[in-house]
Design a protein around this ligand. Sequence first.
Ligand code: FUB
Length: 339
Amino acid sequence: MADREYTEAELKALADKAISSPLVTHIYTADPSAHVFEGKLYIYPSHDIEAGAAFDDDGGHFQMEDYHVFRQDSPDAPAEDCGVALHVKDVPWAAKQMWAPDAACKDGKYYFYFPAKRADGIFQIGVAIGDRPEGPFKAEPEAIEGSYSIDPAVFGDDDGEHYMYFGGLWGGQLQKYRDNRYDAANEEPGDDEPALGARVARLTADMKQFAEAPREVVILDADGQPLKAGDHARRYFEGPWMHKYQGKYYLSYSTGNTHHLCYAIADNPYGPYTYGGVILTPVVGWTTHHSIVEFGGKWWLYYHDSVLSGGVTHLRSIKVAELQYEADGSIRTLHPYGA
Ligand code: FUB
C-alpha cells in the first residue's frame, strides 16, 4: 500500500484532465457514502489525517479519529461541513482507526455505522444513533454482535428491510474469517480457489444488530462459475455498496490491489451476483472507494482520489461524477482523468 511518486507536472496534468474536482478542500476526506435525506444529499466520509504512522499492507497509515458529515443541495453544489459527528474517544469499545462509514434512516432516527479497531487490534463494526442526518451520533456501548472486518454499507430495500454489506481484505482482516470465525492463520485462498466474498446480514428492526448470521456474497463469471481468488482484476476486495436499478440489485466494490471499482448484478439482496464490469478505472492513490445515489433523476458516483495531497494515499479527497447506464442496464465505465 505504498504511495506512487508523482512529479508536480504529472499531478497538474491529472488535475487538469480530472472529470471532477474535490468537494472538500479544508480537510482530507475519503470513502464517501452518499444518501438523500430530507431532500438533500448527505455524505458520510472517512476523515483522513496525517498521523505519521508507517506505511504497511495492513493500512496502519490510516489512523482516522473522527467523522465529519457533509451536506449538499445537489451534486454540483458546495459541500457544507456539518462538523464532527462522532469521535473515537466517545465510542466505548473502539480504540483507533475509524475507517469507512455509512448511515441509514428509519422511522425518523438516523443510524451511523462505522468500523474501528478494538484495543486488541481486531476490527468490528459499531452503530451510533442520532435525531438528525448530520448527527451528532451517540455510540452504542458495544460493537454489533457478530460483526467483523470493515466497510459497512447499509441498504434499505423497498419492503422496509435493511441489509448490511461489509468486509475488506488484508488491513480489513476479512481473509482471517471463515464461516464468521476468526483464525489468525487464515489467508486469502489460493489463486485457483473461489475468491472470498463480501458479507451480508439483514438488520434487526431496531437497526442495532444482525438479525441473522452474516452470509458470504458470491460473484459469478459469465459462465456461472464463482470468481477465483487469483482473478485480481475482478474479485471482491473491499468497499461494498448496494443500490437498486430497474428492480435489480447492484453490488459495487473495489478490487483493491488492481484499483478498480466494479459491479455485479443479482435479483435478490443475497445473490449470487453476476459480474458486470468496471465502473471507475484507477484513481491517484492506492485505495478506491465509492457510493452510488440517485438525485434529481440522475445517478451519481461519489468517489475519492489523492490528487489534492500530491498523491499521498492516506490523504484523500471526495469527488462526484454522473454515472450513466446503457439501455441493457450495464454501467458505462468512467475514467477519472479522461479516456
Ligand atoms: O479509509 C480506510 C480504508 O481505505 C477503507 O475502509 C477502505 O475501503 C479503503 O478506502
